[in-house]
Design a protein around this ligand. Structure first.
Ligand SMILES: *Cc1c(COP(=O)(O)O)cnc(C)c1O
Length: 346
């Protein structure tokens, strides 16, 4: 068998939820963001485990993602949809009992006409300029909206992974200006905001990436491990090259292992020159370009030829791979391919 094994440690996931939950006070509810198929790890498995760990409220990006989560967590847990109430969503929102986070006056009209009496929340823009009502729009519809009893009012921080960024304080101030005095639960923070401290916690927090073991939650337990079988090992002489484009040339005799995964499995090409795999705790450099299904790795310095090499695991997580590729852990996680043999632990 040449497929790699992706191991998802659900106990570590639960531990990360509990650790983030412990960072806010008892009056703050810690929800869980399980969009994008649970950041690529399987929304149903992830949501069920988080529900057992204590999460009572979930967030997805689009209504379609609500189906798997609803199946996993049962009929009662609130599931919120960041994209709000889009045209064509009415039946899904109604049948699956999802809570659209309305982003505009237009969405609000659509929702109140299509699903009168059905729960909704409001998303406000406090400066990120991505989703939500801007201050003027909110001022115009606020009384109508509040008369319909929204279940949550939220906004999202643009720079929460940079604790000293002035944007955090500015958005906090804007959020308070727009929501102080309303009698509706409020939510501002994702993982980064939780780590900014209690001013940012309000009634509900919405961690995503930290649950899955990545920055900015530096103390997170490792959730994802990825082991790739070696198909063959060869001796390459000085002056010979490895892989497409001859981008790596041996300056000394080198043992090269060819492992069975590549960019079609989400191991993005850009990590090539700086990336490495692990044999136990020993680092092994990636040689040459990442191919679609194969990667060359230097195993010259190993005492024994291993049967597989590890690309992700404790101490060598998605952020390490992301750094080598000039991207972020979120992108590595959500790119993890469908071809792996997926094993859930815990
Ligand atoms: C993705 C997302 C989250 C979760 O963010 P993390 O950085 O992964 O913790 C929370 N809120 C909104 C609006 C999001 O889009």
């Amino acid at each position: 068998m040449a497929t790699g094994t992706l191991t998802i440690d659900l106990d570590a996931l639960a531990a990360n939820w509990r650790a983030l939950d412990a960072k806010s006070g008892a009056s703050t509810e810690t929800a869980a963001v399980v969009k994008a198929d649970g950041y690529g790890l399987g929304a149903a498995r992830v949501a069920r485990k988080l529900a057992v760990a204590g999460a009572r409220r979930f967030f997805v990006a689009v209504a379609e993602e609500g189906a798997a989560v609803r199946d996993a967590v049962g009929p009662n847990a609130p599931i919120h949809v960041f994209s709000g109430h889009m045209a064509g969503d009415t039946d899904m929102l109604g049948d699956l009992n999802l809570i659209p986070m309305l982003n505009s006056a237009e969405q609000m009209v659509r929702h109140l006409e299509a699903l009168p009496g059905h729960p909704f929340g409001i998303q406000l823009d406090t400066g990120m300029n991505r989703l939500g009502m801007e201050p003027a729009e909110w001022a115009a519809v606020r009384d109508i909206a509040l008369a319909q009893s929204p279940v949550l009012v939220m906004s999202h921080l643009a720079c929460a992974d940079e604790p000293d960024h002035h944007m955090n304080r500015n958005q906090l101030r804007a959020f308070k200006e727009m929501t102080d005095g309303i009698n509706v639960p409020r939510s501002l923070s994702a993982t980064g905001g939780i780590l900014l401290g209690s001013d940012f916690h309000f009634d509900v927090t919405r961690p995503g990436i930290g649950l899955y073991g990545a920055r900015p939650f530096e103390d997170a337990a490792t959730v994802v491990s990825l082991d790739i079988p070696i198909i063959q090992i060869r001796e390459v002489l000085a002056g010979e090259t490895v892989g497409y484009g001859n981008t790596w040339e041996a300056d000394a005799p080198t043992r090269v292992a060819t492992i069975a995964a590549g960019y079609a499995d989400g191991l993005i090409r850009a990590q090539g020159p700086d990336g490495y795999a692990l044999a136990g705790k020993t680092r092994c450099k990636i040689l040459g370009r990442v191919s679609m299904d194969l990667i060359g790795v230097d195993v010259s310095h190993l005492e024994e030829d291993p049967e597989s090499l590890r690309l992700l695991g404790p101490g060598h997580g998605v952020d390490t791979m992301a750094d080598a590729a000039g991207t972020i852990g979120y992108e590595i996680l959500t790119s993890l391919g469908a071809r792996y043999n997926r094993r859930y632990k815990g």
